[in-house]
Design a protein. Sequence first.
Length: 583
Amino acid sequence: MTSGKVLPWAVFGLAMAFAGASLLPGRPARGFDVGEFGRLPILEGGRIKPFDSLARNSLLMIRGQQSFSVGQRVTADEWLLDVLFRPDVADREPVFVIDDPEVLGLFGLKQTSDRYFSLLTLVPHLDDIERLAVAARQLDSKQRTRFQGAVLNLYQRIGLYYRLQNTVQVARGPALAAEIAAPLDTVAAERHRRMDQFAAFRPLPPSGGELFRSTGEALRAGAPDRGLEALSRVSTAWATQDAGAFNLSVAELVAIDREAQPQAVRHAAWEAPFNRAQPFYLGMILYVLAALVLFASWLWKPLPLQRAAFGVLAAGAVVHTAGLAARMALQGRPPVTNLYSSAIFVGWCAVLVGIVLERIYRRGFGTAVAAACGFVSLIIAHHLTGDGDTMEMMRAVLDSNIWLATHVVTITIGYSGTFLAGMLAAGYALRRHLAPRADPATTRSLVSMVYGVICFSLFFSFVGTVLGGIWADQSWGRFWGWDPKENGALLIVLWNAIILHARWGGYVRERGLMAMAVFGNVVTSVSWFGVNMLGIGLHSYGFMEKAFWPLSTFIASQLVLMTLCLVPPLRSHASAKLTSARS
């Protein structure tokens, strides 16, 4: 095997070793086996998940991050333990992010680089926050000002924090051990009822039933409960910072869960390391690294670095694939179930097709576009995680694995192909103006790639749209209803068909084909995100105000790229000026 063939495999192996290091278990935090606690199963949002998922999703919603530093790094699991069992400590931790200058002005705070505040900082202003939030909630989401939306968002995050803090035990009331030992009087019964009613999650395994129970429900029963008593010992040990007692109590609770609900324990035990590995974040890193190595190859040692870039890209694709497969196994669903998973799947398909193109043409453009598509799609997915659990329970009308695996997957492949064609055309536009000299062979390869990918996209988008109509007929009694999402899917089919017919009829050639392929990005992005931004129709899942400016910026960038496809290359202007000067 020559060195040229060994290099990509060696780079691939190094990249995979880097990714595999994320699966190594972390060391106990100050002697506390927080990782074992994070693997304990709970019921939240209609599905079984580990404490770790609840902690990460909650902290992400409140702070926008999955960890933070206050002198030392605090993980999501440690933060949740503080919220549950050390409320005085948790209330001093800066977890509430506030970006809006008007909201900061409401508190009399200056806008600085430090955007994170503790609950204690916000307590004096809670009445004002609640008053403004209640008023904002009465308005339609599209009628709220930026300030009203920011206040309502802050109020909802504070509400989530309070629900978490008062689920296992009342934050300013008796500790869980004291609740168990105290006689059940009227006041205690009302407190337990409210704990059960407003519980953010249910941590106790079933006791003669099938569903997990809240601590309020177990306390109301009044009977001795092994799980409740073990949880109370976890609470006491964390509150007193007794690592030995904490580890023993967590192990006891794991044994009780395993006896009562072994399947839930196994599920949680797999989901926790998936969270820790963060495969899509690792995929982003590898895609960026592949692009950087490829860019370097254009300046120095082209062939070896181009092969190395392909090896890094392949490692990113493997990590991306593993993450997608793990989500499918954990959720028990096909790969696309919501907007977040669609972003992951669109990028995955584009990366795979880009790898195939690179193996066919071997000019580096397949690697460049695949890395760009993978990175951009995972960045989009990352910014869609702020709404909570990305493996949420399915809406009733979508609860069909057959149609999720046929219509949704097929039409999403069509999305990814259209985006890939647009990204290839964008690369053509940039190369046309930035490359030091013309390269007709590479240009012909790019045109051939775009043409082939558009044919691929048209097939999948058309089949996916027809399958969607059949699903709609079964679900709603009509094949087509001019719903915004249906219109968007039809526009993708029509635009890809228009591109091909314009090419076949000779109405467009190289530059026109590329400009039209770039505009396909606009059509697909509006169909993908525009429905949610409109907030109407059967396929709308809530108004996405925060997506307006990013989407508008993206569309503007595509219009610029279309212009670059059509105007003469910059180097031709420079050559003309040089010729004029010489004459």
